[in-house]
Structures are given as C-alpha cells and as structure tokens.
Ligand binder design. Structure first.
Ligand SMILES: Cc1ncc(COP(=O)(O)O)c(C=O)c1O
Length: 371
C-alpha cells in the first residue's frame, strides 16, 4: 500500500544539504550586500563568521580559521599545495574523495615519496601503517561510502609530520579530536546546509610553523597563497579574504551558525545527527533487504548514511526515481563512483520526523521495484 504521509521536507541530499528548519532567505541580513567586502561592515561580517566558527567548534587556543575560495576542495588543495613536499606523505583513503587527494599528491604535485593506504567501500584502511614522521592526509567522514573514522587515536601525540584532515561532512556533526589535527577543511554546503563556493581552512600551530619555515618547490597560485615574505598572511584569518567572497553566502553561513547556537551548539547538532542515524539503524535492524554499506556500527557515518539493498542496479535506480517523482526523497542515489545503493543525509538540518515519514516510502518503493 502506498503510504499517505510524505516527509514535510524531501531534501535528503548529501551536499548541498538541506537548509536548517525554518530557513528563510528573507531572514538574512542584507546590509553587507552591494558593499565592498573590505569595508568595515563587510570585514566585520567575515570576521564574525570566523570567530563564531571558532567559538561554536570550541577550537583549541592557537587554531586559526580562514574563509577561502573553492569550497572544501579549494581549502584542501590550498593546504596541500602550501604545506606538502617537506617530507614523505601518506594518504589514507577509503572512498572517492579521499582517493582524489591521493591522486593529486601523486599526479599533480608529483611527490615521489608518497603512498596511499586504501580501504574498500564500507571499510577503513589499516591505520596502524600511520607514520608519525610523515605528513598524513585523511578524510574524517567518507561521504561516498558512509564510513567515518572511529577516532583519531592512531595519530601520535608525538608526531613530527602534519595531519591534514578533509572534515567536510563531519564538522558540526561529529566530535573531532583537534589535538590530532593540524589542518582541517570543510565547506558551508554540507552539515550546516549553507551555500557552495567557499571553503573553511583551519590551521593548528604546527601547520602555521610549517608555513613559515618551508617554501614549496613549485609555484603557488595567488588563490592558494597563505604566506607573504615567509610569514603567514594573518589577515586571511581575520576576514581579509584572498579574493572577493559572496557576502550573500557569508550571511547565509552566519544564519546557519546562529541556528546551531540556538539549538544548543555543537553537542546538540551532534546529538541530533546521531538520533537521525538511529531512526535508520532501527529500520535496517527490522528489514533484511537493506543494510549499511559500512561494515560495523562504530564506523557508520551519522551524516552521509549509505545503504546496500537486495536489488540490482536497475531496481535501485527505479527506487530512487519513484521516490523522486513522488516528491518523497530527492537526491538519495549512491554517489556515482560508489556501489549502487541509497545515501540518505542525516546531519542536524534534517528533521527526525522527516526520516520517520520516509521509512514506509522506502519499503513501498522497494516492493514496487522488486515485484
Ligand atoms: C569528503 C569530501 N571531500 C570533498 C568534497 C568536495 O567538496 P566541495 O564540493 O565543497 O569542494 C566533498 C563533497 O561532497 C566531500 O564529501
């Protein structure tokens, strides 16, 4: 039987993710629009985006946050182009985005002393291979496989290399162990349901030290430039962006940060996301035709939740299409490089009631597609 009730909000995409509950474009502050981003007003809004990020994430003393071009990819490329090459590099990858960083290290930066340790879809790589004297690149949450790291205990407190963490689908949804992270990146369009275009670059003191003591052998394009005359360009971390940002996107991000604050801050956002995952975990436990792609609960993502079904690729496509045409769930097909299946975003901007309403539709669409 076709269910009667549809999710009030069918947006379950893994990026851009759904807007916060109650979002309204009309609620954004537009005073800074049409003004220079370097005016005192523009700079104050950019600086607020930085200081509120630091406060809400509870970043340790000495950690800096910059707003940079090119979304999460821009922030990651900036970090890699500015910091790598000083020592051997180890990349840990278990899905498409992590593998991409490994490819860039090997094929773009052409670092000879680099290796990638891989884990298959649904698994993690062997972190016991981590070498504290190498630079280490990893993804906190693999968005395309729905596998997150269990913790960062495998990173040594006595490391001499840097850890560079692509944390875009983890920040504001998972507790990150900042003592183990020297560089982290994320974008607004993920967990906070913000807009694409801008990336956030978080630098710990050890990364700043590297930037000020090492110059890469290759030319660094202006949009990746973090230093001048061997010194960190401190302005970037106070709202003086490298080039022109969208102030509309900045206002949208400030609105999202304000919402996080209102619901109770980071712990509340994490708890909401975990409660969302639990709705799906209960459903998986009750149904033998659907399972997590992640092999164990400890590594199952609470944001980009990926599923495999007892169905062939065409049947999965039919399910996705049916749910889309019924306007029940948009954009929930697995990522193009990942095994066929479903991927349902469970970050804090998703309402639990919408996930609950989605469940009978999943069953219905599965039965339709496999009948
Ligand atoms: C883990 C991870 N890294 C990088 C990206 C690319 O992010 P962006 O499009 O914000 O550059 C994504 C986007 O889905 C991602 O999930």
């Amino acid at each position: 039987m076709k269910p009667n009730t549809k999710p009030a909000n069918p947006n379950f995409s893994s990026g851009p993710c759904t807007k916060r509950p109650g979002y309204s474009l009309a609620a954004l502050n537009t005073d800074s629009l049409g003004r220079s981003h370097r005016s005192s007003l523009g700079k104050a809004r950019l600086e607020k985006a930085i200081t509120e990020t630091i406060r809400l994430l509870n970043l340790p003393e000495g950690y800096k946050v910059g707003i940079v071009p090119g979304s999460d990819t821009g922030a990651m490329e900036m970090a890699m182009w500015s910091l790598l090459g000083e020592r051997p590099v180890d990349v840990f990858a278990w899905e498409s985005f992590g593998s991409g960083w490994g490819t860039d290290v090997a094929k773009q930066l052409k670092l000879a002393d680099a290796q990638t340790f891989t884990g298959g879809y649904g698994e993690l790589p062997d972190f016991s291979k981590a070498n504290p004297d190498h630079d280490t690149i990893f993804t906190w949450n693999g968005t395309t496989s729905g596998v997150k790291v269990e913790n960062a205990d495998w990173i040594s407190d006595d490391r001499t290399g840097l850890t560079i963490c692509d944390a875009t689908s983890a920040v504001f949804a998972m507790e990150l162990d900042w003592s183990k992270i020297d560089v982290a990146t994320f974008s607004w369009q993920k967990v906070l349901g913000g807009e694409g275009g801008h990336g956030m670059l978080i630098l710990g003191p050890r990364a700043v030290e590297r930037l000020e003591s090492y110059t890469p052998a290759w030319p660094v394009p202006k949009v990746f430039g973090l230093t001048k005359g061997g010194k960190l360009i401190d302005g970037i971390f106070k709202g003086a962006t490298i080039n022109t940002p969208s102030m509309l996107c900045v206002e949208d991000y400030l609105d999202a940060l304000n919402w996080v604050d209102e619901i109770g801050g980071l712990p509340a956002a994490v708890a909401k996301s975990e409660a969302n995952l639990q709705v799906l975990a209960d459903f998986v436990a009750e149904n033998d035709w659907i399972d997590f792609l992640a092999k164990t609960p400890a590594i199952t993502s609470n944001t980009s939740v990926c599923f495999v079904l007892k169905a062939d690729e065409d049947q999965v496509k039919t399910i996705v299409k049916l749910l889309d045409s019924e306007e029940v769930a948009f954009d929930i097909g697995a990522y193009r490089d990942a095994p066929a299946g479903l991927r349902i975003w469970c970050g804090a901007t998703v309402e639990k009631s919408d996930l609950v309403a989605l469940l009978p539709w999943l069953t219905w669409a599965y039965q339709q597609a496999t009948a």
